[in-house]
Design a protein around this ligand. Structure first.
Ligand code: PEP
Ligand code: CO
Length: 473
């Protein structure tokens, strides 16, 4: 049970701090000292303290009312009234904080969402993996090349990818730089959205350069244009009815998300806000806990159990139904709607074996969750040439199988989570654009996991839209 704590042992505990029956008191620092598989070994404590002090003093990136609004959307998605589209780079980089890269990510998410709206006939909530996706978990804390062993690259929040001792040393000032770049990114996103970047009156603006590219298959292009025409007609019809202003109907919203991996960073921007109860993490709307840091007695679960934000958890194939239920109990002790998002990433071949048991356990216990599918991280392979990639077919298959398991269980797939980019990269295999093993090297640009490119993303949105709009779903 979540309770307000007024008088607890040890003195002055501020109003609004929560504790649960099974867990001791929560504070923004109660995670410290708990198991953390991805703790960053900062060598310079003084520089770290200075950076955290600076972070604490900076204004927040997002607001509590935006966070509450997203919670409301997620609650509605749990009831099948909305669908969630979450996507973006595996890892953002400071170097890629560029106008074109940001605008193209926004565009592809917007276009995918419209395709999904068209098929599903319900509003689609867009959540970017952006404006803060700078921290990466790694399977090994160190990397060895030849005779040299250095710390792994943990994302631009922590260190730099170059393989040199200077670049790989965790540098506390990068916490502040990443925060500033998140602010720059978000500032541009907010300006684009406010400035009519995707004004529904001008759907022809949305396709500009992309649809002119020769490599987009004619059938995909035709289907996209037909979808846009049909959406445009629908809007004109609604406008003619005059029941709601078009502004209201077409208001665009983008939310941000990132893996809440570096708890020093997250806790520095976790605070109370006027006139609301509890603590908000104000670095992003939707933080998620990664598959490597989701242990129920670990630091990440402890930290995120106490914040008001909706929280995602990646669910990989090693989880058991009991473990999942324990996670639900700790992360959503009050069983509130709109709070907990379970993002399964089981791999195309793991879905049927694992997912039915997870769904059944959560259902039987009456836990409120939103089920999403990340079809990327369970389908990563390495080619004979040693290139990390994913196949379009496996991605689609995991989505298909996941939707089917939910359907058969009387549950619902409420959203999807992709690693993608609006640019013309060649990192994932397949799709109509036909990236092959030999063409992977043409533009393999990711600093971390392989992303769907523009065409693959749009194609996937069409295929998904068709499948989810089947009457049986
Ligand atoms: C990721 O989303 O980039 C990631 C590392 O995912 P997971 O925690 O599911 O492996
Ligand atoms: Co990734």
């Amino acid at each position: 049970m979540v309770q307000k704590n007024r008088a607890a042992a040890g003195g002055d505990i501020p109003f609004g701090v929560i504790h649960t029956a099974a867990k001791p008191l929560w504070t923004p620092d109660s995670w410290r000292g708990l198991p953390n598989a991805q703790e960053v070994p900062y060598p310079d404590r003084e520089a770290l303290d200075a950076a955290l002090e600076k972070l604490r003093s900076l204004p927040p990136l997002v607001t509590s009312w935006e966070i509450e609004r997203l919670r409301q959307h997620i609650a509605e998605a749990q009831e099948g009234k909305r669908f969630i589209l979450q996507g973006g780079d595996c890892a953002e980089t400071l170097a890629d904080c560029r106008a074109e890269a940001i605008a193209s990510k926004l565009k592809i998410l917007l276009q995918m969402s419209l395709v999904l709206v068209h098929g599903l006939k319900i509003p689609v909530v867009r959540i970017g993996r952006f404006a803060g996706q700078y921290a990466k978990p790694r399977s090994s804390p160190t990397e060895t090349r030849g005779r040299d062993t250095l710390p792994s690259y943990f994302g631009d929040l922590v260190n730099s990818p170059d393989f040199s001792a200077a670049a790989r040393a965790p540098e506390p000032r990068m916490l502040v730089r990443a925060y500033q770049h998140s602010a720059l990114t978000l500032n541009f996103i907010r300006a684009l959205v406010d400035g009519g970047f995707a004004d529904m009156h001008h759907p022809e603006y949305w396709d500009l350069s992309f649809l002119k590219r020769a490599s987009l298959s004619p059938s995909l292009r035709e289907e996209y244009e037909a979808t846009m025409r049909s959406l445009g007609d629908g809007l004109k019809f609604m406008e003619a009815l005059g029941e709601r202003t078009l502004n209201d109907l077409t208001r665009l919203e983008f939310f941000t998300s990132h893996e809440g991996l570096n708890l020093l960073y997250e806790s520095a921007q976790t605070r109370r806000v006027p006139r609301r109860e509890g603590f908000y993490t104000l670095t992003t709307h939707l933080p998620w806990i990664g598959d490597r840091t989701r242990r129920v007695d670990g630091a990440h679960v402890e930290f995120f159990r106490g914040v008001r934000n909706p929280v995602g958890v990646k669910i990989g194939p090693t989880i058991s139904p009991d473990e999942l239920l324990a996670l639900c109990d700790v992360l959503n002790a009050g069983n509130e709607a709109g709070r907990l998002v379970l993002i399964t990433r089981l791999g195309a071949t793991g879905v049927e074996k694992i997912l039915p048991h997870l769904v059944e356990r959560v259902q039987r216990a009456g836990r409120r969750v939103l089920w999403m599918c990340d079809p990327m991280h369970g389908n990563t392979i390495t080619t004979a040439a040693g290139v990390k990639t994913r196949s379009f077919a496996a991605i689609l298959e995991e989505l298909d199988r996941t939707a089917e398991v939910h359907r058969q269980s009387g549950s619902r797939l409420g959203g999807v989570h992709f690693e993608l980019t609006g640019e013309d990269v060649t990192e994932c295999l397949g799709g109509a654009a036909g990236v092959t093993e030999s063409s992977l090297s043409t533009n393999y640009a990711t600093v971390c996991d392989p992303r769907l490119n523009y065409h693959q993303s749009l194609e996937l949105a069409f295929l998904l839209s068709r499948r989810l709009s089947r009457p049986a779903f």
